[in-house]
Design a protein around this ligand. Structure first.
Ligand SMILES: [Zn+2]
Length: 487
């Protein structure tokens, strides 16, 4: 860090200023450093990934690195007049554009005119376009023309949280990097260094809680750290952090799920009572419980069918909770009602939780088909694929059971009834869709694309095409590998 004026927010003060300071994106920054060091920076980069994980920071470091006359091994010196001018936002040759608020053709037209002028005071003009997927199609087309023949002094860096919305014609002209969510352990380690340097006192548990809660984003983690400190108390403990965020610990989520599974009504009511007493946000609690079930499903823990039924029921309760005047009662009734539906042959309540889970585990094969039949032509292939998926990824097989496949124009469209939004959305998670796309190609043929949608929709739903492209893109970027498609 070069300067740390105290009035700046913590995450700004600790924004990485060199490639080596970027946490959790090592392969990407190493590749960029090498390119800068050998004077082989590309003309266009696409930085894809969640918000708050370092895309813009790396873009700014790159902008200095390609311009710094004193760079060492691809790193900017951050001391020379050039670096200082860029750090202070004083250079006219570093142009940052927010794609969300400048999405129209006019902005890109202006950019196209200006880009051809030589830089004013630097070696390279660097255009950083954030949230580039927000550009209109017209604007993308104009941008494409520039990318087809970029002036040698210009570098474009596009950042996006939704790479599947960026046209492939643009993507193919960029060197693309997928920024990863930063592992919680790495975030905790960085928070520890920041806390030490800033003289903050937090327990290891508090740091871990923040790191986990940040969901892979360093910016969110630093914002939470700053909140925790201003919240007071020394040292700050994990409980204090959870309190501050209105959250409960993971053990409570797990115990709540277990109580539902065991039909332990007393335990469910007691848990809700205690949440209300401690002033916890019931909606966030429910969302976290659903998230915990989703994690279990994706990790292949527990019988998938039953967990899906619980998650679906809780999602319904959550939707109602939003409207309810008395959230506590709505939550209690909603969960008890769900438990009654899960255990139709049981009326008892308040068991101690020592018994076996009430309903027998249903395997995937037991589930009766509920929708229209699978078209005869593809039924054998579909069932063969399901049988294979069942062995590898039971949760995905369980999601698929509620869907009706159909082969249309080289696309395998899997449609779900509206009530199965949880199934559909779970399949749409990138890693699942990626897995599914691979299975479909193996079983239905290399050219067959998969789409997921709702019943009654013509194609695979609005997101079908772009989702497929997202999966493809992620596939190609897998393991942080760089895509470089030569023109
Ligand atoms: Zn410099």
């Amino acid at each position: 860090m070069t300067e740390k004026p105290a009035h700046l927010a913590l995450y700004r003060r600790w924004r990485p200023q060199r490639f080596s300071e970027v946490v959790g994106q090592e392969e990407i920054v190493q590749t960029l450093r090498n390119a800068v060091a050998s004077d082989e920076a590309a003309h266009a980069y696409l930085f894809a990934g969640e918000r708050g994980i370092g895309k813009t920071s790396v873009a700014r470091i790159l902008a200095r690195a390609v311009n710094c006359p004193n760079r060492v091994e691809g790193e900017p010196c951050n001391e020379c007049p050039t670096c200082k001018a860029i750090l202070a936002n004083r250079s006219l040759d570093i142009i940052e554009i927010d794609g969300a608020s400048n999405r129209g053709i006019d902005h890109i037209r202006r950019l196209r005119e200006e880009v051809n002028f030589a830089p004013t005071d630097l070696r390279r003009k660097v255009y950083i376009i954030d949230e580039v997927h927000m550009l209109t199609n017209e604007a993308f087309n104009a941008l494409l023309k520039t990318l087809e023949e970029p002036p040698s002094h210009a570098i474009f860096i596009f950042a996006t949280t939704e790479p599947h919305k960026v046209p492939r014609t643009i993507v193919s002209r960029c060197q693309a990097f997928e920024f990863r969510r930063i592992p919680a352990g790495r975030i905790a380690g960085h928070l520890r260094r920041v806390a030490e340097a800033e003289g903050m006192e937090l327990t290891a548990g508090a740091l871990e809680t923040i790191a986990r809660r940040a969901n892979g984003g360093m910016r969110d983690a630093l914002v939470m750290l700053e909140q925790a400190i201003s919240h007071g108390g020394r040292p700050i403990t994990a409980d204090a952090v959870l309190d501050m965020l209105g959250l409960v610990d993971r053990e409570t989520h797990a115990a709540f799920i277990e109580a539902i599974e065991r039909n332990d009504q007393r335990r469910v009511i007691e848990t809700i009572d205690s949440l209300v007493e401690r002033g916890k946000d019931l909606e966030i609690f429910l969302a976290d419980v659903i998230e915990a079930i989703r994690d279990r499903l994706l990790n292949g823990e527990g019988p998938a069918e039953r967990e899906i039924a619980i998650a679906r029921g809780l999602l319904d309760v959550k939707a109602d909770l939003f409207r309810a005047l008395d959230r506590r009662i709505r939550l209690e009734i909603g969960v008890l009602d769900l438990m009654a539906r899960l255990n139709p042959d049981r009326t008892s309540s308040g068991n101690t939780g020592a018994e076996e889970p009430v309903a027998a585990e249903r395997t995937v094969e037991d589930t009766p088909p509920s929708g229209p039949p699978i078209p005869e032509g593809i039924a054998p292939i579909w069932n063969g694929m399901l049988a294979e998926i069942e062995k590898e990824r039971i949760a995905i097989a369980a999601f698929l059971l509620e869907g009706r496949p159909n082969l249309e124009d080289g696309r395998l469209i899997i449609r779900f009834p509206r009530r199965c939004s949880f199934h559909k959305e779970s399949l749409e998670k990138t890693s699942n869709l990626q897995y599914l796309a691979g299975s479909v190609r193996r079983h239905f043929g290399d050219d067959v694309r998969v789409e997921v949608g709702y019943e009654g929709e013509k194609g695979g739903g609005s997101g079908g095409d772009s989702l497929f492209e997202a999966a493809q893109l992620v596939c190609r970027m897998f393991d942080g590998e760089i895509i470089k498609e030569e023109k």
